[in-house]
Ligand binder design. Sequence first.
Ligand SMILES: Nc1ncnc2c1ncn2[C@@H]1O[C@H](COP(=O)(O)OP(=O)(O)OP(=O)(O)O)[C@@H](O)[C@H]1O
Ligand code: SF4
Ligand SMILES: [Mg+2]
Length: 336
Amino acid sequence: MIEQGILLRIENVTKIFRIGGRITGSKLVAVSNANIEMEGSKPEIFALAGESGSGKTTLARMILGLIEPSSGRIIFKGRDINTLKNRKDKLWFKREVQPIFQNPFEAFNPLKKVESYLFETAKNLLLLKTKDEVLENISQAVKAVGMSLEEIKDRYPSEFSGGQLQRLSIARALVAKPSLLIADEPVSMVDASLRMSILNLFRNLNKDHGVSIIYITHDLATAYYVSDRIAIMFRGVIVELGPVDEVLSKPYHPYTQLLLESIPKPDPDRKWERRIKLSDMEVKEYSLVGCKFVTRCPYAKEICKKKEPPFVHVEKGRSVKCFLYSNGTIKISEEV
Ligand SMILES: Nc1ncnc2c1ncn2[C@@H]1O[C@H](COP(=O)(O)OP(=O)(O)OP(=O)(O)O)[C@@H](O)[C@H]1O
Ligand code: SF4
Ligand SMILES: [Mg+2]
């Protein structure tokens, strides 16, 4: 059944990787029971934020259909993306959901003229036949990122700055006229002085062109600047979700509270990084039952070690995965 109005529904999605050999190896739960819903009628920028290794890219790759969930479903415009088998359906999905990668220099072959990528995308994904149709299409895409066809004509990737190249990789994605962009750390390798202009471009694409965007970052300041809603991930688990201004000004989850202690007020001009390499011990803890934050949480109780906390709706649009909260109330529940 087609669900009217829902663009993307991530439904109890889990991804388990096996590390090492079959006998001596272990399992790593990279994403655990993720649930996100984005409406098509209200295109938004949704930030997926969390420290290194929290599962952001793994979730992004599942949404792009590059890897399959171990369990759960990803429904895009009413269709389970892992059931799309024929060429026509796969092509449709490829047009609708486009990736933007972290390193714009890796997105282009240094020996190929930049415009040839745009031509190929228009021909392969939109199946355009005439040169005029292709030119019209790529001209619109390049214009949408603030550049022109004349500027890029006959030029190679090395002739552009990182910021320009990231704009062009966004233009390449726009050629397909997607409904959803998945941008995985799109500004972390762009010069700091150009970062804001790329973030502003995402805002324009969202507001003026109606493109929904999943913005993946470890940087809460840029998430605050650019997005409408945010999900905070910790060790594969979405621990908190809600409107970005509310979550970052009044965080409920003890982990989000801890993160925000390091930045008094999110400020996009201030670089805020929290990249933690997990120790082997911590990686093993991934698969433990109970709350993943239990070893660091100042409020941890016995139940937190034994049971996985529920993901509860505490108020309109806000959810948190913690025993401190009960459905429909933000009061600390008595059993904890
Ligand atoms: N193909 C894979 N095989 C085994 N483990 C993997 C694989 N891909 C990711 N992982 C593990 O899954 C966990 C989540 O990784 P992921 O790349 O999704 O995190 P991330 O939030 O994107 O981190 P970063 O901010 O560093 O990009 C990590 O522990 C990672 O080592
Ligand atoms: S469930 Fe328990 S350990 Fe986890 S964040 Fe909440 S209070 Fe802390
Ligand atoms: Mg990543």
